[in-house]
Design a protein around this ligand. Structure first.
Ligand SMILES: [Zn+2]
Length: 184
């Protein structure tokens, strides 16, 4: 398993370093519990020192920006067969060197997620956290296979009904337009 550690996060940020890589899902054990993919997870992390104009309350803190793309096969919440989840992450972090400092910080600026790293940063853990957050556990196929539904003892609803569950029908839209108009 490749080493995915930034040894000195403060130096990484101050030098505005960038690190990128491709990591197999199998090398992200917590993600691999529920997901698989023939393609690796592509990621890039950029270090910075947060400026006053960017975010006054985090000025001079080390910041990280993480980009992740992945195509993961995860279980469909309806039929449990694999479905393809396309993941596209662009997250910004503010780095604190202790839990106490993170707890004491004003967290009004929700563009930045706080992370704690005393010196080194475990990128594997961060990648796993972000991927697990990005996978929608309620995600389903647009249309599940009728065979898979039958195996679960569910009555296949057919293509049309499965679609209507996800998108309002023209009739519903018309009805909501009419009721909006009626209130004015
Ligand atoms: Zn399904």
């Amino acid at each position: 398993m490749a080493d995915l550690t930034i040894p000195d996060i403060a130096a990484f940020g101050r030098a505005h370093e960038t690190l990128s890589g491709s990591t197999a899902v199998a090398d992200l054990p917590r993600v691999a519990e529920d997901a698989s993919s023939p393609e690796p997870v592509e990621w890039r992390v950029e270090g910075e020192v947060i400026t006053r104009t960017e975010a006054p309350e985090y000025a001079d803190h080390i910041g990280l920006r993480l980009f992740v793309t992945a195509a993961l096969d995860v279980p469909c919440a309806r039929c449990l067969e694999p479905r393809r989840a396309l993941i596209d992450i662009d997250s910004s972090f503010v780095v604190f060197d202790s839990e106490e400092a993170a707890d004491a910080a004003p967290l009004d600026d929700d563009r930045f997620d706080p992370i704690v790293a005393q010196r080194s940063l475990d990128l594997r853990e961060l990648l796993e956290d972000e991927l697990l957050l990005a996978i929608d556990p309620a995600g389903t196929h647009d249309i599940c296979s009728p065979e898979a539904l039958r195996r679960l003892g569910l009555t296949p609803v057919g293509e049309t009904v499965a679609r209507i569950e996800d998108k309002p029908s023209a009739f519903d839209i018309l009805r909501s337009l009419r009721s909006d108009g009626g209130e004015k």
